[in-house]
Design a protein around this ligand. Structure first.
Ligand code: NAD
Length: 367
């Protein structure tokens, strides 16, 4: 059997810096755990624009379609701010998501004990938090037609359409239930069925899908109440399933429960390929951080944890994902901090590569 393949797209800004640390870790798994990947690398975003005049070349898109998993750093930066909309770095990322049909966006909000003080909420509310938001990513109000700004009488009207088919709801729901089966076996579905027909359909379809997962406890919540509950008592949740718009907002809200942007991974999954693995793109939530690019200050943990998600969701290596997450947890518990994680004066931050080395050392210690 050939090794599973990973396409690495470091992108712009701190993307290549954090990806260098992930490559160390991929190398570690090959060397110490006999888990090897065929890794190839290509350009996306501004870096692709500089070389090809487009933010994602067709050949790169084709490679992404073939890969067992795509790992992306970040795209964008001030150098590209004035480019035409059609070739902006973000278009490369959007093309990947669209053409791979990545309909299920997984955003974990996990609070490492050592960082509980970082949250804007009280420590006891967030310590030990481990929730997962599943956001439908390819439909809903961001894509529905009609859309646009139209003339109506003597003024203009801005229109967007919230639209969901049953099959779109069903596939997102299945992904949430499958996930819950590997976790705490609870799904809370959030919509606005009190005021939106699309919410009524959403609730109906999710309830129907739930019948196929009798072990999973399903609850429903209006999305506005969900936002309140997320900051009031977030530990009540395991998996939250929601649509594109609410998911955009709720996942950012949940992310901030845990502190720094440099800590947040994500996965976007699509339909299973012939080999049974889902189409998958893993990336940190943060952007290209131009303000710290090239200074060795970037926290590589979000990207490292994105690779841990790849181990778990693309390669069925849950125990190895646990090992990597535990290594990150140990490093943090030992007080190793990049600059973004420094709460107190007088503690020296480590560099991006020192953080990567510390994680590798913790992996070694786990053997
Ligand atoms: P950003 O996430 O790049 O940075 C926001 C702040 O967080 C900055 O102060 C940055 O230094 C800090 N930060 C982010 N990641 C960090 C890390 N790993 N370690 C330490 N500090 C970190 O968001 P922004 O400044 O709004 O955007 C910068 C560029 O990134 C823009 O061009 C934007 O379009 C792009 N962007 C890309 C993505 C993506 O690739 N998915 C996401 C968001 C923004």
């Amino acid at each position: 059997m050939p090794n599973p393949s990973i396409l690495i797209l470091p992108g712009d800004g701190i993307g290549p810096e954090v990806m260098t640390e992930v490559r160390k870790i991929i190398g570690w798994f090959g060397e110490k755990r006999d888990i090897s990947f065929d890794v190839s690398e290509d350009l996306v975003g501004g870096a692709a624009y500089d070389k090809h005049g487009v933010p994602l070349a067709d050949e790169t898109m084709a490679k992404a379609q073939e890969a067992d998993a795509v790992l992306l750093g970040a795209v964008g930066g001030p150098k590209y701010d004035d480019l035409d909309f059609s070739v902006k770095p973000e278009r490369g990322l959007l093309r990947l998501r669209k053409e791979m049909d990545l309909y299920s966006n997984l955003r974990p909000a996990q609070c490492f004990d050592a960082l509980a003080d970082f949250s804007s909420l009280k420590k006891d509310i967030v310590a030990g938090l481990d929730i997962m938001i599943v956001r439908e990513l390819t439909s809903g109000v961001y894509f529905g037609e009609p859309r646009g700004i139209f003339e109506e009488g003597n003024e203009r009207v801005g229109i967007n359409t919230q639209r969901y088919t049953e099959s779109e709801i069903e596939r997102a729901a299945r992904s949430a239930f499958e996930l819950a089966m590997r976790r705490g076996k609870k799904v809370c579905s959030m919509e606005k069925a009190n005021v939106m027909e699309s919410g009524i359909l959403w609730r109906e379809v999710v309830t129907r899908v739930a019948a196929d997962y009798p072990e999973v406890e399903l609850s429903h919540m209006y999305a506005d109440n969900g936002a309140m509950q997320l900051v009031r008592a977030p530990k009540q949740f395991d998996v939250i399933l929601t649509d594109n718009l609410f998911g955009d907002i709720l996942s950012d809200c949940a992310a901030m429960l845990t502190g720094s942007l440099g800590m947040l991974p994500s996965a976007s999954l699509g339909a299973p390929m012939e080999n049974g693995r889902p189409k998958a793109l893993y990336e940190p939530v943060h952007g290209s951080a131009p303000d710290i690019t090239g200074q060795g200050k970037a926290n590589p943990i979000a990207c490292v944890l994105s690779f841990a998600m790849a181990l778990r969701y693309s390669f069925d290596l849950g125990a190895e994902a646990d090992r990597l997450e535990a290594a990150v947890e140990k490093v943090l518990a030992d007080g190793v901090r990049t600059a973004d994680l420094l709460a107190s004066e007088g503690v020296s931050p480590v560099s991006t590569s020192e953080m990567g080395d510390a994680i590798v050392a913790a992996l070694n210690a786990s053997l």
